[in-house]
Design a protein around this ligand. Structure first.
Ligand SMILES: C[S@@+](CC[C@H](N)C(=O)[O-])C[C@H]1O[C@@H](n2cnc3c(N)ncnc32)[C@H](O)[C@@H]1O
Length: 258
């Protein structure tokens, strides 16, 4: 038996449930997480280590790259935004969470013909309080039969150039003090090797005039399809993605974020 006495009771109750034989592969897995300090957060379980064993009834779980809605829900409960925008909406997870919480939300995707990397298509400057973004990675999963689909970028440089434009579009569309939350992962590309997209996200966000406003949130990737595969090669499996929250500085002018 694993001693769970020093685990935050909130996590302990979840870990017991997540570690059943039916839900996980073939053995229970326990992690002893550090205790979080008590503070005035309205969502005390939102810490730098995030896991939720159930995705919640948001979006469509069978959509490629779908993310559970609970992290979005906790971020919205913490930051309490007015207008929310999801420019790469996929199956509409963020919009579903906003609907449940009564928060106005606009969401688009390349599947509807909206190109988030095109500054002419992006909503006006200083429109949103919060932008949730779960971008397509470079050639991990291919989404739309459209060359503007970020995942179909022919090279990593091309991807980063368009991704940078997307981040600049987002920075510009935020009100001063508004937040951009990006859920991103690092991975290994067969030809290009390790692709540190979280590093690139930060570089591009800082270059766009944004500042990071809280800790990285390491989200455990429960239920990733790769976790059930068997590989011949030896590598260190990545079991998380990272949510980074950036802020447009309060006193920035319209022209500072373009
Ligand atoms: C990781 S998925 C988002 C999944 C979503 N969070 C969900 O829970 O269903 C990334 C999405 O970005 C979209 N996408 C790719 N390139 C785009 C672009 N240039 N403009 C807008 N959307 C794009 C893809 O079609 C895909 O739906």
């Amino acid at each position: 038996m694993t001693n769970t006495a020093s685990i935050n009771p909130f996590y302990a109750s979840r870990l017991k449930r997540v570690a059943t034989r039916n839900e996980e592969r073939d053995r229970p897995v326990y992690a002893r997480l550090p205790l979080a300090p008590k503070n005035a957060s309205p969502v005390p379980h939102l810490t730098s280590l995030y896991h939720f064993h159930r995705a919640g009834e948001y979006g469509n779980r069978s959509y490629p790259g779908n993310c559970g809605g609970n992290l979005i829900k906790d971020l919205l409960a913490f930051f309490k935004p007015g207008w929310v925008f999801d420019p790469m909406s996929g199956s509409g997870t963020c919009a579903d969470v906003c609907k449940e919480m009564g928060i106005p939300c606009l969401s688009f995707d390349i599947h509807q013909g909206f190109d988030a990397c095109d500054p002419r298509e992006f909503p006006e400057a200083e429109t949103f309080d919060f932008i949730w973004s779960h971008p397509a990675y470079w050639r991990q999963k291919l989404y739309a039969d459209d060359e503007r689909d970020l995942s179909r970028s022919p090279t990593l440089d091309h991807f980063l150039s368009r991704y940078g434009q997307f981040i600049r579009n987002s920075a510009r569309a935020l009100k001063p003090g508004g937040k951009l939350a990006v859920l991103m992962g690092d991975y290994c590309d067969k030809e290009a090797g390790f692709v540190p997209l979280t590093y690139w996200t930060k570089r591009l966000a800082f270059a766009a005039g944004l500042r990071q406003c809280c800790t990285d949130i390491i989200r455990f990737s429960h239920g990733a399809s790769s976790s059930r595969k068997v590989y011949r090669s030896s590598f260190i499996p990545g079991l998380h993605d990272t949510c980074m929250v950036f802020e447009r500085p309060m006193h920035s002018q319209k022209g500072d974020c373009v």
